[in-house]
Design a protein around this ligand. Structure first.
Ligand SMILES: NC(=O)c1ccc[n+]([C@@H]2O[C@H](COP(=O)([O-])OP(=O)(O)OC[C@H]3O[C@@H](n4cnc5c(N)ncnc54)[C@H](OP(=O)(O)O)[C@@H]3O)[C@@H](O)[C@H]2O)c1
Length: 255
């Protein structure tokens, strides 16, 4: 059973996991950030010790959660291995990083919340899927039990499944947010309020909660309305890359 957790990384994910663990009564013994003020802020708010030194990480936790950039996981786990026993249970929170990144620990896994987090926004753990995996069955069970304490929707997802799921998540979140960024730029360019588009974005997201996205696609591409498409491309002449993106997405919808 996992009772005592240490969180490495006080960014978007580390922050929200720390807050949620504390909220449901899971002990967060310590938090780490390279920036002491970030570690202090989170630590004080959840009754956890805090440090900006990996060498000062306590050795008595049941679980070490590495909520750091994907590119930093390998280096951080190697540094941690200098003081933690090889048998310590270590997980990361990445959607795409394989578990082979844990070269210094034999007991490792993944604790991946499939949601978009920002420190500035509250996180709703009641609706987000939490994907867990580990090398050993008993650790999968322990991680599942821990995950269920903070979120009702817990799934065992293998490395291979998670890497594919992450591709889909990039389309659904990162790319759709980027589409909103482009729309924001257009409204700004034309002196219009982005608020005019917010209800449309909300309805788009709500509609696919109950329908298959393909079946509720609207717009000129699905209608094969060539003259409207051409007018849009004419407007986008100021940015060749936007024209190409519009053309590519239009073709993708028509396929
Ligand atoms: N944000 C999301 O929506 C989301 C959702 C699911 C999963 N994830 C995954 O969760 C992990 C963390 O993402 P995030 O959004 O929380 O990132 P983030 O807000 O940028 O925070 C990342 C943390 O990594 C730390 N870090 C970076 N390089 C480091 C290094 N060399 N040594 C030690 N610490 C280092 C940063 O430390 P400092 O504070 O010291 O700068 C920061 O606290 C990533 O694997 C990401 O793929 C993110």
């Amino acid at each position: 059973m996992i009772q005592k957790v240490i969180i490495i990384g006080c960014g978007n994910v580390g922050y929200h996991l720390g807050k949620r663990f504390h909220e449901v009564g899971v002990e967060v013994a310590q938090v780490f950030s390279r920036k002491l003020e970030k570690a202090t802020r989170l630590g004080l708010s959840i009754d956890a010790a805090y440090t900006d030194s990996l060498a000062a990480i306590r050795t008595d936790a049941d679980l070490y959660i590495l909520a750091v950039w994907d590119s930093a996981i390998e280096k951080v786990q190697a540094t941690l291995a200098k003081q933690l026993p090889e048998t310590a249970l270590v997980v990361h929170t990445s959607g795409s990083c394989p578990q082979t990144v844990f070269t210094a620990f034999q007991n490792h896994g993944v604790f991946y919340p499939l949601q978009t987090f920002s420190v500035a926004r509250s996180a709703n753990f009641e609706i987000m899927p939490l994907c867990v995996d580990a090398t050993q069955a008993r650790h999968i069970e322990a991680l599942e039990a821990l995950a269920r304490r903070i979120a009702p929707n817990v799934y065992r997802i293998t490395d291979e499944q998670r890497s594919k799921l992450h591709v889909a998540a990039v389309f659904v979140n990162n790319f759709s947010n980027h589409m909103a960024t482009i729309a924001h730029d257009i409204t700004e360019r034309e002196g219009l309020s982005f608020d005019l588009l917010r209800p449309l974005m909300l309805e788009t997201a709500l509609k696919i909660q109950a329908h298959e996205p393909r079946k509720v696609q609207t717009g000129p591409a699905v209608r094969k309305d060539e003259s409207t498409i051409q007018r849009h491309l004419d407007y986008l002449q100021y940015d060749r890359q936007l024209q190409e993106l519009y053309t590519l997405l239009t073709k993708s919808i028509m396929r």
